[in-house]
Ligand binder design. Structure first.
Ligand code: 3H9
Length: 693
């Protein structure tokens, strides 16, 4: 219906008009909803029998924001600002009644109301920054008038969801009503407003918080400085700050225009496109075509872990955090004790920072049992192996697990490269075996690659996928191949990073280019952090690679105060003259004539082979979709979300450009650059990998 009557209704409860939005799943502000709200508010305004209006939502939540799927399309229906203006200018009090989440345009709508009430479980926020945007319907102008500039800066640049009670303390919510009785509570509140003849409190007219902020002129720059690291590379946070600054200095309507002038270029820009794409990509990753939601899953109420090293311990913490008991098995007593102590130390460090209650440290540790016996893994629903990356050892472990684990238990390997089908074949129950590849540090990184082994049952795969969100992870389904999605592509980048250093770049040039691109660090800084001697020993060292040479010199990374870089006492990295000489000698010894590279050349050599590998992964069906590859890189390797992942980035550069470079390198350097067929097809057709750039 053109006037939105299908999704927004008006009914009466005595003198109170109730406007209800019912547009599943999240009551997003589609054109119909905007038309409907504006229309029903006008009708209620014109109805003399109605003395106050309650704006309410059906279903699981208050309005969750603008309809993101409408972005970038030609505008239709009532503009959001006009709809909000209709609410604010209504001649009788409007009370927004909030449950679930009032987010983005949803909170902006509520800020247009004269009063706001919420149930205790409700949350409010302006998360536009996470989509590369600023609030674009008055949020940057109204919120500071209600909560003050400082709190508005924090809320709008972080996009945090604020619980109802905290929102009430900051003045954003006027009253909390009983859980489950929102409608009654809101109607009662509206009646009180009428009975007490309270004024129509229009947020646009509030000035006290603005005046208070004017007395603190250094506020904005101090905020910029304090958050410079967090905002690095992102365009939207600075837009948010500027828009809030405008609220301090401009009359309301001019402030709205300033907001729009910042909003529009962001909306048209690549960063927001990338971030909106990521929003949907994340939700898409949960969907597996042959595993509909109705696929039965297995209960996971207890977990066993083999290996109490860094990975095993980190994995255990995820389950303990979710209240799931864990038994962790190690072969040697001292290793077990060290592993358990590390977990405790990690929790205590979190508690010391105030991010965990001391009592919760104990609750979690009480769920953890250490053991030296594999036989203690006979009762758990899921057992994850997290031992050394060695196929023979893994097979042995799985053969043992096959003997001790209960029938139907899921047996998962945390291998980062190895063939999970081969591991599964070491058991008599390959249908129960999969890969669950966590990323280091396993208690922090969000990614979980669920490796679908050939014989794994649908129930087992569906269970692992559903487990992801329960332990705070994004589960992405990948196929069996060397390194799966993430490490397979990383190997391409690593090979080229090493080669660039041999051919003419310095390690810090390579690292800088990737850092400036937005990654948290480059491969050489990363190696120094992890330790150059992982998998290295003096006895077997051939002294051929730079890494081997550095290890032989006892430059083993940050822990020894030197690696590719020199480190001072506070672990600040500095390019090393010694390494520079070593690199020059290394190239000379290999007979390579060094040459200069531009930053762009370095970037292309590092990233384009990854894209080509991503295309091969798609071709081979090892990832379900390009966006899954992008989610792997964003959540597992710190790929900047504002660049949307390697495949989205490929679409911004264009497959033809990537192909041209791959062909050039294939003929100049070698067959490892052979372009994938899919890349060729995309280049020829002009089609994108993601269709979103
Ligand atoms: C904005 O408001 C701009 C304005 O300032 C100015 C404009 C001029 N649009 O997450 P879920 C879909 S920007 C369209 O799985 P949950 C979602 O794709 C917006 N669709 O549920 C999914 O679809 P499917 C600011 C949306 O319970 C389904 O709903 N607002 C939108 O885990 C269920 O979602 C935001 O950024 C939307 N806005 O979490 C809030 N939201 O089932 C974004 C959701 O087909 N939304 N969908 O995969 C969220 O944060 C979460 O969805 C929410 C629910 C917390 C609401």
């Amino acid at each position: 219906m053109a006037d939105g009557a299908g999704v927004v209704t008006l009914e009466r409860d005595g003198e109170i008009g109730i406007v209800t939005v019912d547009s599943p799943p999240v009551n997003a502000l589609s054109a119909a909803v905007r038309d409907g709200i504006a229309g029903r508010i006008r009708e209620a305004s014109a109805d003399d029998g109605i003395r106050a209006i309650v704006l309410l939502c059906a279903g699981r939540t208050f309005i969750a924001g603008a309809d993101i799927s409408e972005f970038g399309k030609p505008p239709k229906g009532t503009p959001l600002n006009l709809m909000i203006d209709t609410i604010e200018s209504a001649p009788k009090p409007v009370v927004a009644a909030i449950h679930g989440t009032a987010l983005g345009g949803g909170l902006e709508t509520a800020l247009g109301a004269h009063y706001r009430v919420a149930v205790p479980s409700a949350k409010v926020g302006l998360p536009e920054v996470k989509l590369g945007l600023i609030p674009g319907a008055g949020g940057t102008q109204r919120l500071p008038r209600v909560v003050g500039a400082k709190r508005a800066l924090e809320m709008i640049t972080s996009g945090e969801q604020v619980p109802a009670r905290a929102a009430q303390e900051s003045g954003l919510i006027d009253a909390i009503v009983e859980e489950g009785k929102l409608r009654e509570g809101a109607v009662a509140f509206a009646r009180t407003v009428v009975a007490e003849a309270r004024p129509l409190r229009k947020v646009r007219d509030l000035t006290d918080k603005i005046e208070a902020a004017k007395a603190e002129p250094g506020l904005f720059d101090a905020f910029r400085q304090a958050n410079a690291r967090k905002f690095r590379g992102f365009e939207a946070p600075e837009g948010c700050i500027k828009a809030i600054e405008a609220a301090m200095t401009l009359p309301f309507d001019e402030g709205l225009r300033a907001e729009r002038a910042i909003f529009e270029p962001l909306m048209a820009g690549t960063q927001s496109k990338a971030q909106r794409y990521v929003f949907f990509a994340e939700r898409e990753a949960r969907k597996v075509p042959d595993l509909p939601d109705s696929t039965p899953t297995l209960p996971v109420e207890s977990v066993g872990i083999v290996g109490a090293g860094t990975m095993g311990g980190g994995i255990a913490m995820n389950f303990l955090n979710a209240g799931i008991p864990v038994t962790i098995v190690e072969a040697k007593k001292e290793n077990l004790e060290r592993g358990l102590a590390t977990i405790r130390k990690n929790y205590e460090a979190t508690a010391a920072k105030g991010r965990l209650k001391p009592a919760d440290v104990e609750t979690r540790m009480n769920l953890l049992t250490g053991s030296l016996e594999m036989a203690d893994l006979g009762r758990q629903d899921l057992v994850i192996e997290a031992i050394f990356e060695n196929m023979e050892l893994k097979k042995e472990t799985f053969a043992k697990l096959d003997q001790v684990a209960k029938p139907g238990a899921i047996l998962a390997s945390n291998t980062s490269y190895l063939n999970v089908d081969e591991i599964a074949a070491a058991t008599g129950r390959p249908e129960s075996v999969i890969g669950m590849h966590f990323f280091s540090p396993a208690n922090v990184m969000r990614l979980l690659e669920v490796v679908r082994a050939e014989k794994a049952s649908k129930e087992v795969v569906a269970t692992a996928m559903k487990l992801g969100p329960k332990i705070g992870k994004l589960a992405v389904l990948v196929g069996v191949c060397h390194g799966f999605v993430g490490n397979r592509m990383l190997a391409e980048r690593q090979r080229e990073a090493n080669r660039l250093v041999e051919e003419g770049a310095m390690p810090w040039d390579v690292d800088r280019v990737l850092y400036e691109f937005g990654l948290p660090m480059g491969p050489f800084a990363m190696s120094d952090l992890a330790g150059l001697d992982i998998g290295w020993s003096r006895e077997t060292s051939k002294g051929e690679t730079l890494r081997e040479k550095l290890c032989e010199m006892d430059r083993r990374g940050q822990k020894t105060g030197a690696g590719f870089y020199d480190y001072d006492a506070s672990r600040t990295a500095k390019p090393s003259e010694l390494v520079e000489r070593l690199v020059l000698d290394h190239s000379k010894a290999k007979g390579i004539e060094r040459r200069a590279f531009t930053d762009e050349q370095i970037l292309e050599r590092l990233i384009f082979p990854m894209i080509n590998e991503g295309a091969k992964i798609l071709e081979e069906g090892k990832a379900l979709r390009a966006s899954d590859i992008d989610m792997v890189w964003i959540t597992g390797y710190g790929w900047p979300v504002y660049r949307g992942g390697p495949m989205f980035y490929a679409d911004t550069v264009g497959a033809r450009t990537v192909l041209a470079r791959m062909e050039e390198w294939e003929s100049e350097i070698g067959p490892e650059f052979k372009p994938s067929e899919l890349l060729r097809r995309k280049a020829a057709s002009g089609e994108q990998f993601t269709g979103a750039a």
